[in-house]
Write a protein that binds this ligand. Structure first.
Ligand code: AMP
Length: 146
């Protein structure tokens, strides 16, 4: 029933480009940044995880507060002084959901089942923004609430 409603509402035809948060509004770090910078960006932005890009704006992975804390976990305490010893690419996860801007909303919906955000790329595989689970659910709610 829900699937039929989704199909009938033409929600699947929505353009990813129009729904994404554009890159200039996305908090991110670069893979060669020191870990203390990444922790700062995560804390300041308030997000649990953010995309990692390289200097050419290509998606390399994602990094979370939990991964950072885990990497500096000593036997008896969190060794904050080690934050500057690591670079982002030594700690990040390179499994990050991504899709092209011209792919369907259905793909974003499918990827958002297991991921809170999906990286959106242009035809040159450059990062252009993210699509969040929140915006996907909000759109579905808007359509179904009519
Ligand atoms: P939301 O659905 O808004 O809670 O966002 C889900 C996840 O997407 C957040 O936990 C972050 O990991 C990521 N996210 C959302 N907005 C941004 C943003 N502006 N910059 C970086 N990451 C974001």
């Amino acid at each position: 029933m829900l699937l039929q409603a989704l199909k009938d509402s033409q929600i699947m035809d929505n353009e990813i480009k129009k729904l994404m948060i554009p890159h200039e509004k996305v908090a991110h770090v670069q893979s060669n940044n020191p870990l203390d910078h990444a922790l700062l960006v995560l804390i300041k932005s308030g997000y649990t995880a953010i995309p990692v890009l390289d200097t050419d704006y290509k998606v390399q992975g994602q990094i979370s507060k939990a991964q950072i804390l885990d990497s500096i976990l000593g036997i008896e305490r969190i060794e904050m002084e080690r934050l500057h010893d690591y670079k982002v690419d030594e700690v990040m996860s390179n499994k990050v959901p991504r899709m092209n801007q011209n792919e369907t909303f259905g793909k974003a919906l499918m990827l958002s089942i297991n991921h809170p955000f999906v990286c959106i790329e242009d035809d040159e595989q450059s990062f252009i923004g993210i699509m969040t689970r929140r915006s996907i659910l909000a759109l579905i709610h808007r359509h179904l609430g009519k």
